[in-house]
Design a protein around this ligand. Structure first.
Ligand code: CMC
Length: 430
């Protein structure tokens, strides 16, 4: 990073002015490098929620929230969604460039030969209550992988880092499907490596040992698109968690478990589950006729209600993933003969009203990816409680690519935010 411009910060309390370098990004906002602020002035910056703080330098994903643009390694998400499958996207995120035909084949072979989990993992699953939320199971079981793969835990060894990354991408579908099978009391399905990554996942979710499972290509493509659209999203809460956990030198399986825990919240990955619950509630209370009442409730700050699947910290325009998801939604509902699905009709109406309503227009609240992904997943037969697990599966590659990028930085430091302390000053015990 080289500074072309400088910023001067002056103070009214007598502290001398200080100058900071400004670094340009390849696209997007410049950053003011304030690392020397404390040393030079004895002051910290204050930015809870990271509203104006770039916590790292990255070359993986770029979002232009005003334009509604998402780039993976420079490629627009629309082109990736049209031309690539999920595994090619994983290759791109992990390696920096798209694979050629041979690299794509080799990568797929490599991933698909790591899909099985240690047989003893089944005992971990069996230790959970059957009615446990699958995200609780996933946080625990992914963390437990650290106890099985000691041979690739040297984070300072690039080869170990890549083996762990491949293991995580390969085993997540198996782990997620196991969480589902356990919850419904069906036997775990072993992976079938001659299927595609996504078809294999669908078989482990919906197949059983008594019958042959024949994947439907339209539905496989739809799920593959869900995975691809969720693969990375720069420095969101769960990715930042993975980076922070990893900055202490923790092993990648533990870091991804931390990311899964963060993803679980309804303001982040839990939103697609919350969105479907919301649509179901409105439907039960009277459907389209009740939308007006619901929107008034959402606008009333005291109600605590939010229009789930709307709004985003970064996108102040239509989330480009939401447009692609809406397209997939049409395809899936058409394939399954569910064009008149009442929840879909409700979602369309809700979107139309929200896009015209002053409250949403002024605050630039547009549909995000979760608004439609829940409807698609429900149509695929995925139960609501599994939605966030599917998100975790998809995001694992982004988390691990960001973790790997951070670890390979030569001057990587442990993440250690500071605070504005407003508690009691020193006092004596009486
Ligand atoms: N419904 C109603 N009002 C909203 C909503 C919403 N979904 N989102 C934001 N607002 C209002 C908010 O009350 C505030 O109003 P005011 O200025 O009058 O106080 C204003 O819009 C700005 O909101 P904010 O909470 O300051 O924005 P944020 O950047 O902190 O929050 C968000 C972003 C995604 C947490 C929030 O929009 C939200 O909770 N949305 C619903 C949950 C959701 O769909 N999350 C999925 C995000 S996409 C998937 C992912 O990347 O994880």
């Amino acid at each position: 990073m080289s500074a072309q411009n400088k910023a001067t910060l002056s103070f009214t309390d007598g502290t001398p002015s200080v100058e900071f370098p400004i670094y340009p990004g390849s696209v997007g906002p410049d950053v003011v490098d304030i690392r020397k602020l404390y040393g030079q002035t004895g002051k910290f910056t204050f930015d809870p929620g990271f509203l104006s703080t770039a916590a790292c330098e990255s070359k993986i994903t770029y979002i232009d929230g005003d334009k509604g643009e998402l780039l993976y390694r420079g490629y627009p998400i629309e082109q990736i969604a049209e031309k690539c499958d999920y595994l090619d996207t994983c290759y791109l995120l992990l390696n920096g460039d798209l694979p050629d035909a041979q690299q794509s084949k080799d990568f797929s072979y490599l991933v698909m030969r790591h899909t099985m989990v240690h047989e003893q993992m089944t005992r971990f699953y069996q230790g959970f209550r059957r009615d446990a939320h699958p995200m609780a199971v996933l946080v625990g079981c992914v963390g437990a992988l650290s106890a099985f793969y000691h041979d690739s835990l040297d984070i300072n060894n690039p080869e170990h880092r890549m083996i762990s990354s491949i293991r995580l991408v390969a085993k997540m579908p198996t782990m997620v499907a196991m969480a589902y099978k356990y919850s419904i009391g069906q036997p775990f399905m072993y992976p079938k490596n001659d299927l595609s990554y996504t078809a294999n996942f669908m078989r482990m979710m919906f197949g059983n040992p008594c019958e042959e499972y024949v994947p439907n290509p339209v539905l496989v493509k739809a799920l593959d698109r869900i995975l691809l659209l969720h693969a990375d999203h720069e420095q969101n809460a769960s990715t930042s968690t993975v980076r922070l956990a990893g900055s202490s030198g923790a092993n990648p399986f533990a870091c991804i478990a931390a990311g899964i825990a963060t993803l679980w919240g309804p303001a982040h990955g839990g939103a697609n589950e919350a969105c479907l619950v919301m649509l179901n509630d409105i439907q039960k209370q009277g459907g389209v006729a009740k939308i007006g009442e619901f929107i008034s409730q959402v606008k009333d700050k005291n109600s605590g209600a939010k229009l789930m699947g709307f709004g985003h910290r970064v996108y102040k325009n239509y989330d480009p993933r939401a447009k692609l998801m809406r397209e997939t939604c049409y395809e899936v509902l058409g394939e399954l003969g569910l064009e008149n699905d009442p929840l879909f009709a409700l979602a369309m109406k809700l979107e139309q009203i929200a896009l015209e309503d002053d409250y949403f227009v002024q605050r630039k609240l547009y549909p995000n990816v979760d608004f439609y992904s829940g409807i698609v997943q429900r149509a695929l037969g995925i139960p609501t409680e599994m939605f966030t697990c599917i998100f975790a599966l998809a995001r694992t590659v982004g988390w691990i690519a960001q973790w790997g990028e951070m670890i390979s930085e030569p001057d990587q430091k442990i993440g250690r935010p500071r605070q504005l302390y407003t508690g009691a000053a020193r006092r004596n015990f009486k």
